[in-house]
Write a protein that binds this ligand. Structure first.
Ligand code: ARG
Length: 495
């Protein structure tokens, strides 16, 4: 039988509630959905995680409908009572989620109608699932962004703690993964603090554009009821810094764009990329050939065949999961690209990538904050079990790489040589040191003077690792004085 053959009179529902999703819209349909199509089109088993946002949105909508005289005070009270019961049913696990009811919205509305009758059916006045779902996702994501902000702060504090303990520890700074110049390990840690600080700023910025109310746009064109959208926005905390309600200004845009979710996933991807770079360094630093650091055993695993192994599984997985989050960004942005205005069912596909991005990012940030900075021991009030630093191994590695060659060139420049000539002179000195298998600082003064007569005894000061470090005392440089100034700035900011 074709859909056209059915009329609403043919199959007027005899009951008072929504039992299946077909009953949610009309009697227009003449044949039931096949199980495969039901499974294909339903989202309830993943979008049920939006339930709190869905109920909050409905309560705000109902409160406004009553205030505007669109529904009665009694109906409003019934809706509140029904939603309170649904909340406790969901919290206790007693709520029965039905695939037949397609999504979180229809499941909750159907139960409400079962509990409070006609009042439940009046809730959907002036509303569509299109503006409802857009509101739910925004409300839910806003809460998650706040949690991510807290976790980003925790991770920054962990990195600042490690930085503070290691301002004077020197490791080789690399370019092209070749030893370049001596760097403070504290300075190196603070580089990541800068990255995560920007990630937190990006999240706060995305939050501003997420925290805007679509509700009241209805299906796509707005509604004929005298809704007070700003009242709903206020109830839901969708307000700007001055407390002014923020409401989507175009109904077509409100129900159809998911750019806030794409932006969020882009910010999450960047944040994961930063975690991934840190992971790569931790993995390199803990390999036997470097031996710069150790991470606590609980973040590593052994090998089933090689008894000596301790593998850095957590950083490796974080590096791997970065690919997964970047994949979600590609998924979401591609989801949007061919859609005509306004809402299309394609948008139901926004949820799983978004949810998985949030879960992955939150778990990763949490685990990194603990792996880097350790866990609070309530007995001592101190954090324990963060990364351990082998300062000696780091210094040994710098000494192997002629990391103070630039300092010798700078020394000659200060004696009057043009930089290019100084560079060439030092290249000869490095060659000689390589032949003697020693560091530049181990070459006798007479040998050094053979490369240039301007070289005097004070050269050894600049050839020492500490001298080299202290000399880079410009803003943002690696000199301990600069690193301490940055530490103080971050501490004040993160307090
Ligand atoms: N589950 C749907 C989604 O996630 C809700 C909106 C459905 N709207 C519609 N017109 N079919 O997008």
């Amino acid at each position: 039988m074709s859909k056209a053959q059915a009329t609403s009179a043919d199959s007027a529902p005899s009951h008072n509630q929504l039992d299946t999703k077909a009953q949610a819209w009309s009697a227009l349909f003449s044949e039931p959905m096949s199980d495969l199509v039901k499974r294909y089109t339903s989202s309830v088993f993943f979008d049920k995680r939006l339930w709190q946002a869905d109920i909050a949105g409905s309560l705000a909508h109902a409160e406004m409908l009553a205030a505007q005289g669109i529904i009665s005070a009694e109906d409003h009270a019934s809706i509140q009572r029904g939603m309170a019961q649904i909340t406790s049913e969901i919290e206790s696990g007693a709520f029965e989620w039905k695939l037949d009811l397609e999504d979180v919205h229809l499941n909750i509305e159907a139960r409400l109608t079962q509990l409070v009758g006609d009042a439940g059916k009046r809730l959907h006045t002036g509303r569509s699932r299109n503006d409802q779902v857009a509101t739910d996702v925004r409300l839910w994501l806003r809460g998650e962004i706040d949690l991510i902000g807290d976790l980003l702060k925790e991770l920054q504090v962990s990195l600042v703690d490690v930085a503070e303990q290691n301002v004077e520890v020197i490791l080789p700074g690399f370019t092209h993964l070749q030893v370049a110049q001596p760097v403070s390990f504290g300075h190196h840690m603070l580089a990541y603090v800068e990255m995560f600080k920007r990630d937190a700023e990006r999240m706060a910025d995305v939050r501003r554009r997420t925290n805007v109310l679509p509700l009241g746009s209805a299906a796509l064109a707005g509604t004929t009821y005298p809704l007070d959208r700003e009242r709903v926005a206020k109830t839901l905390g969708m307000v700007d810094a001055n407390g002014t309600p923020v409401v989507c200004q175009n109904s077509l845009d409100a129900v159809s764009d998911r750019d806030f979710a794409i932006e969020f996933t882009a910010a999450a991807s960047l944040c994961m990329v930063h975690v991934s770079r840190l992971s790569e360094e931790l993995i390199i630093w803990m390999s036997q050939n470097f031996g710069f650091i150790k991470i606590a055993d609980r973040f590593t695993t052994g090998s089933s065949i090689m008894p000596q192994k301790k593998n850095p599984d957590v950083p490796e997985l974080a590096r791997g999961k970065t690919g997964r989050v970047v994949g979600h960004l590609m998924g979401l942005i591609t989801l949007m690209k061919g859609q005509p205005l306004a809402y299309n069912k394609d948008n139901q596909e926004d949820k799983e990538p978004l949810f998985d991005t949030v879960d992955t990012l939150k778990d990763t940030l949490r685990i990194f904050a603990e792996m880097v900075g350790g866990q609070l021991n309530p007995a001592t009030g101190k954090k324990e079990g963060g990364i351990t630093v082998n300062a000696q191994a780091m210094e040994q590695a710098v000494l192997k790489g002629y990391a103070t060659a630039t300092d010798l060139a700078d020394y000659l420049v200060k004696k009057g040589l043009p930089f290019r000539d100084a560079h060439e002179t030092v290249a000869h000195a490095v060659k000689a040191a390589t032949t003697h298998a020693c560091d530049l600082s181990e070459l006798p003064l007479t040998v050094l003077q053979g490369f240039h007569p301007a070289i005097e005894k004070d050269v050894y000061e600049c050839l020492s690792l500490r001298g080299s470090l202290n000399a880079r005392n410009t803003l943002g440089g690696t000199a301990p004085a600069q690193v301490r100034a940055q530490l103080a700035r971050h501490r004040a900011r993160l307090a």
